[in-house]
Design a binder for this molecule. Structure first.
Ligand code: SF4
Ligand code: SF3
Length: 554
């Protein structure tokens, strides 16, 4: 195995032993590589169908297949070899099907893809799959700069695919995105592309990342309304509860609908917290609060929740063998864990959560682990509704700087930096956040500036789009030519591939001098890292006092 796609990778070099630092087994890692490789085989043929303008039914299936395959391989999304093998088999059938469809039209792609194993390989069982998998991993690209750029593009694409899938779940599609997914999958196998071409492609991934996030923003807000300022309860009620986590708001909606009037309350964990901000979701009386913090605290927090837990996406932490919540966890969408039941769409496009609801009824109410409230819901619409106050604050000097501190949280001790940084920021600064990184500071009593809270939470990691919209609007309001002239600092925490697409999206919008932490990605070769520093001013965050000084904040 070799994997270096996340921030936790071993020694910040790569997980290459029997198991990843995230708990992913060697076989799972290898099968995930093979799943991506299978998707490339599908893309070779489906891109041809798409070029012919035949976007009929089979293409819809292909679209979902491509984004879902990428999503499954995101860090902490799916640890289940059986699920991954099923997806690989599905891809092989799909590849064959599209190939024969093209041949019926007199199109044969054998010479175009001559020597490319992704259109020819096959396997009958796990052993054979693992044999092939050994030949398709990251390290087969020998040149480290080419490898770095290919992987950077692919990791960004995984994040883009995740957001595209959430939009698809709400019936919103942008066909350009699926064509782009095919383009990048194939580009990462194209030997004719050198450093310059791949660098251009990486930036293009960012551009399309903006489109994917805009589409998801549109999908979420047109379905559930625009997020509004909301106080979310952190304590517990007396009813039994279901804890829902991950990022898929459609699943949250289904769960709320199906559990209404059953005497079971619904709580959010980690990245599902922003569900509370949407009018069409917050209207449910039994949607009672948020339980706990970021994903990595789930072992402790799930053990006191007492009721069942539903994962709609990453991040899963493998449970201990004797965890008291084993047997009570369910997954859906791209997420999966061996032994945990998966609930998938039925023929009619519905999901039946009754088993989870019935199980909840037999469980005690959650044990209280904290009390109080947090405030959020500051996506672009809500912040722009406060625009006059914000502009006034900046003009009067009451607001000296905005600090964008979105992204991911994680287990690395160095991440204490973000909490410390937030605490030491002067009182005339406002933190703009999105993603689970917020749990490092969203429960601190940081106060407000003229009624505007000093931590403005826009939502999930995909809602980083909102932060970009806010920046672009402020640029217009202040009549600035360059977005980098705004009083905004970017100090972003990354962990998995959704943060990679957020970073590339911000770069594509022309935002410079982004600080990244707690470590720079291991998949950036020295030359690629140098290029990002040179062209975009990317820097490593790390020392609270030094960074505050650098930004004239102390
Ligand atoms: Fe290692 Fe991260 Fe890959 Fe897991 S996802 S194997 S921790 S690099
Ligand atoms: Fe968090 Fe996994 Fe990335 Fe959506 S839940 S931000 S780490």
């Amino acid at each position: 195995m070799f994997c270096y796609q996340c921030q936790e990778t071993m020694k910040n070099q790569g997980c290459n032993l029997m198991k990843g630092m995230c708990g992913k087994e060697e076989s799972t890692t290898d099968l995930q590589d093979l799943l991506i490789y299978t998707a490339k085989g599908v893309a070779a043929y489906s891109s041809q169908i798409r070029a012919l303008g035949k976007e009929d039914k089979p293409c819809e299936e292909v679209n979902r297949y491509l984004v879902n395959s990428l999503f499954i391989t995101i860090t902490n999304a799916n640890f289940d070899d059986t699920v991954i093998m099923e997806e690989i088999k599905k891809g092989l059938v799909m590849r064959k099907h599209i190939k024969s469809k093209l041949e019926e039209m007199g199109i044969n792609l054998d010479s175009k893809y001559e020597g490319k194993k992704y259109i020819t390989w096959n396997a009958k069982n796990k052993e054979e799959m693992l044999e092939v998998a050994k030949t398709v991993g990251v390290m087969r690209t020998e040149n480290e700069d080419i490898r770095s750029l290919r992987e950077l593009a692919l990791y960004g694409l995984k994040g883009l695919a995740a957001y595209t899938e959430h939009a698809l779940n709400l019936n919103k599609v942008n066909p350009e995105l699926f064509a782009f997914v095919e383009e990048i999958l194939l580009a990462t196998e194209d030997e004719s592309l050198g450093v310059a071409e791949l660098t251009t492609l990486v930036l293009k991934v960012g551009e399309f990342g903006v489109k994917a996030m805009a589409l998801l923003d549109e999908a979420n807000t047109s379905t559930f309304g625009h997020p509004v300022m909301t106080k979310v309860n952190l304590g517990v009620k007396k009813n039994p509860g279901i804890l829902i986590t991950g990022h898929d708001l459609m699943d949250l909606k289904r769960l709320l609908e199906q559990s209404e009037g059953t005497g079971v309350d619904i709580y959010t964990h980690s990245e599902m917290l922003p569900g509370h901000y949407y009018p069409e979701l917050k209207k449910y009386e039994h949607f009672v609060g948020n339980y706990g913090g970021a994903w990595w605290e789930q072992k402790t927090e799930f053990s006191t929740f007492n009721g069942p837990i539903l994962f709609t996406t990453n991040c899963i932490v493998p449970p201990s063998k004797n965890a008291n919540y084993n047997g009570k966890v369910f997954t859906t969408n791209a997420s999966g864990y061996p032994g945990w039941k998966r609930i998938q769409l039925d023929k009619n496009g519905n999901k039946d959560f009754s088993e989870i609801i019935n199980l909840a009824k037999t469980c005690p109410a959650p044990t209280e682990i904290e009390t109080g409230e947090i405030i959020g819901g500051f996506a672009h619409n809500q912040v722009l509704a406060l625009a006059d106050k914000v502009v006034e604050g900046v003009k009067s000097g009451a607001i000296n700087r905005f600090i964008v501190m979105g992204g991911c949280d994680g287990r690395d001790k160095k991440r204490d930096y973000y909490g410390e940084f937030a605490k030491k920021l002067p009182n005339n600064t406002i933190i703009l956040t999105a993603g689970c990184a917020k749990y490092r500071y969203n429960k601190l009593a940081l106060g407000d500036i003229g009624g505007i809270p000093r931590v403005l939470d826009a939502g999930q990691c995909n809602d980083s789009y909102s932060l970009a919209v806010i920046a672009m609007t402020l640029q217009k309001v202040f009549g600035l030519e360059d977005i980098n002239d705004l009083p905004i600092i970017y100090n972003i925490a990354w962990y998995e591939q959704k943060a990679v697409i957020v970073l590339l999206a911000l770069l594509s919008l022309g935002i410079k001098n982004i600080h990244l932490g707690p470590t720079l990605p291991a998949f950036l070769s020295k030359n690629v890292a140098d290029l990002l520093v040179r062209e975009f001013g990317i820097a490593l965050a790390g020392d609270v006092d030094e960074d505050l000084k650098k930004w004239n904040l102390i």
